[in-house]
Write a protein that binds this ligand. Structure first.
Ligand code: SF4
Ligand code: SF4
Length: 137
């Protein structure tokens, strides 16, 4: 009776193994293969610099005050963006800044590999946040 039970269990186990043997793996060999990020993923920000009107709406709504934005009024009376920093030591990827932006020039992209060796390197500047740079990654 006991031998019969063990034999039955073994056959059942082998059957389960057999059904999974030739299936596609559900995991990805990261980092060799990039992880999937869904369309509305909240990764690092991207700024379409030319469309920014330096209104500070994003900056004002940020709950952790991690944005530094500076600009000046140019000769043609239009605001020119001078500084746009996001401190990723503090940012919690809440998306409030993106929602508050009137011209919709601030986005959150798919980039999530933003770890750095120092706190200073986690402060992203205009150059790091540029939309063109994000597109080329
Ligand atoms: S995602 Fe949230 S925490 Fe990060 S900069 Fe925008 S408002 Fe601030
Ligand atoms: S809310 Fe948009 S337009 Fe206004 S400063 Fe922020 S990024 Fe620029």
């Amino acid at each position: 009776m006991r031998v019969k039970q063990i034999g039955g269990g073994l056959v059942k186990g082998l059957k389960v193994t057999g059904t999974h043997l030739f299936r596609q793996p559900v995991t990805r060999p990261y980092p060799e293969q990039h992880a999937y990020t869904p369309p509305r993923f909240r990764g690092a920000h991207r700024l379409i610099e030319d469309d920014c009107v330096v209104c500070h709406a994003c900056d004002r709504v940020c709950p952790v005050n991690c944005m530094t934005i500076k600009g000046y009024r140019g000769e043609d009376r239009k605001f020119v963006l001078e500084q746009f920093d996001i401190d990723y030591n503090l940012c919690m990827f809440c998306n409030l800044c993106v929602e508050a932006c009137p011209p919709k020039c601030l986005l959150m992209g798919p980039e999530f590999e933003i770890s750095a060796a120092t706190h200073n390197d986690l402060v992203w500047t205009l150059e790091d946040l540029s939309y063109e740079r994000g597109e080329s990654l």
